[in-house]
Design a protein around this ligand. Sequence first.
Ligand SMILES: NC(=O)c1ccc[n+]([C@@H]2O[C@H](COP(=O)([O-])OP(=O)(O)OC[C@H]3O[C@@H](n4cnc5c(N)ncnc54)[C@H](O)[C@@H]3O)[C@@H](O)[C@H]2O)c1
Length: 246
Amino acid sequence: MTNELKDHVVLVTGGSRGIGLGIARAMADGGARVAVIGRNEERARSAADSLPGEGHGGFGCDVADPDQVKEAVPAVQDELGGVTVLVNNAGIARDNILLRLGDDDWDEVMAVNLKGAFNMTRAVTRAMMKRRDGVIINVSSVVGLTGNPGQSNYAASKAGLIGFTKSVARELASRNIRCNAIAPGYIETDMTGALDEKQTEALQERIPLGRLGTPEDIAGVARFLAGPAARYITGQVLTVDGGMVI
Ligand SMILES: NC(=O)c1ccc[n+]([C@@H]2O[C@H](COP(=O)([O-])OP(=O)(O)OC[C@H]3O[C@@H](n4cnc5c(N)ncnc54)[C@H](O)[C@@H]3O)[C@@H](O)[C@H]2O)c1
């Protein structure tokens, strides 16, 4: 493996577990120093300590809270250096059919999945613009492309993230800042929970590559998007779903 991310500081939100931890590990494998951001500082620190290589750090921050974000980003900069790659991965789901979806279910999902990405992106871009170099990766979902019954709030937040990605890409391209989204399909993590055999079989039938995804399937794509091989890619949505949405 090459060290193509050497000299990079990669900030991964929701990096303590699941897809975020997979992304943090892949970036560290690429030679980057990684800042893991999570709501729980202790868990973020222990995730950072588990990464290969040196110079990583864990930070407690609720991405939905602009004040916490305004404190966390300078703290990352002081400890690790200026952020060169931001991965907006933190996300939650509060699923329910439309008629039973409460105001809080709607607001909380928007606050974390969509406003959280805005809060973080706004906080890191000034320094990226000065440096005329930067990469932003937003973790959306295939559900943001197709919709899903029982997930109108989640799907709306993930579709919103795609509009945000394309706008940021257009706005910041002249400063050599690239912004792309990844739309994962069904990935086995705490968020999706354990499926029984019947559910797994039914799902696999809908996936041409015949298996559920892993955090590593997403992490490799994030590492690619962060690195020099993706230098001419911006404003795109890469669907990583085993062919579920073709
Ligand atoms: N698992 C899937 O099948 C799947 C599919 C498509 C998209 N995604 C997206 O991928 C991302 C990661 O999902 P996952 O499956 O690893 O979920 P997960 O629940 O295992 O991990 C999410 C992480 O985000 C953190 N987080 C949640 N709210 C936060 C907040 N307000 N501030 C800071 N951190 C916060 C959590 O603590 C956790 O570490 C999410 O954005 C999710 O919507 C997941």
